[in-house]
Design a protein around this ligand. Structure first.
Ligand code: GDP
Ligand code: MG
Length: 175
């Protein structure tokens, strides 16, 4: 895909999902090689990551999945243009919790027009849930009925599916 001719030059995105789903690993992989860090430490509150990738300047809010910080979130929701919701494909037990998390986030009025990318991460793990199952468990068609949305598979450790993820966001955020 060619960038620059269409789509926005800069995009502010919110990266959310349960703790341990791989949000920080994914954001790290999105970044240019020289900016990547070797070890991902658990995120407290949130971290703002700014970098260029796929012909776009990105500002990504890497959120902690911990609910106690949620009251901080709505303050900057106004500037969010896209939501990346990360799901751990190997964590079937917490799919229902993930669904509640997604529901809470996308019910925010500030995010009603933001495209939502559901990123099924850790698809390198043997025995992980497939996308049809996760779509079902998360009730995505119902939850996201009023949003532009898609679901993609990815692996942060294998650096798979992440270019496609950025491409989708670029083409889904309206200028
Ligand atoms: N196997 C596998 N492990 C991953 C993947 N992405 C992240 N992890 C691991 O999952 C753990 C949590 O990752 P982290 O990025 O800190 O998750 P966060 O809490 O959502 O920010 C770490 O041990 C990562 O190395 C992946 O795609 N595959
Ligand atoms: Mg993190």
């Amino acid at each position: 895909m060619k960038f620059g001719s269409k789509g926005k030059k800069s995009i502010t995105a919110l990266v959310v999902g349960l703790d341990n789903s791989g949000k920080s690993s994914i954001v790290n992989q999105f970044k240019p090689k020289k900016m990547m860090v070797k070890e991902i430490t658990p995120t407290v509150g949130f971290k703002i990551e700014e970098f260029k990738a796929a012909g776009t300047s990105w500002k990504m809010y890497d959120m902690s999945g911990q609910g106690r910080y949620r009251n901080l979130w709505s303050k900057f929701y106004q500037e969010i243009e896209a939501v990346v919701f990360v799901v751990d494909a190997s964590d079937r037990l917490r799919m229902v919790v993930a669904r509640e998390e997604l529901k809470t986030v996308i019910e925010s009025p500030e995010l009603s027009r933001a495209p939502v990318l559901v990123l099924l991460n850790k698809t390198d793990v043997a025995g992980h849930e497939d996308s049809a199952t996760v779509m079902d468990l998360l009730e995505l068609p119902q939850l996201l009925a009023s949003h532009t949305w898609t679901m993609m598979s990815a692996s942060a450790v294998k650096d798979e599916g992440l270019e496609d993820a950025l491409s989708w966001i670029v083409s889904s955020v309206r200028t």
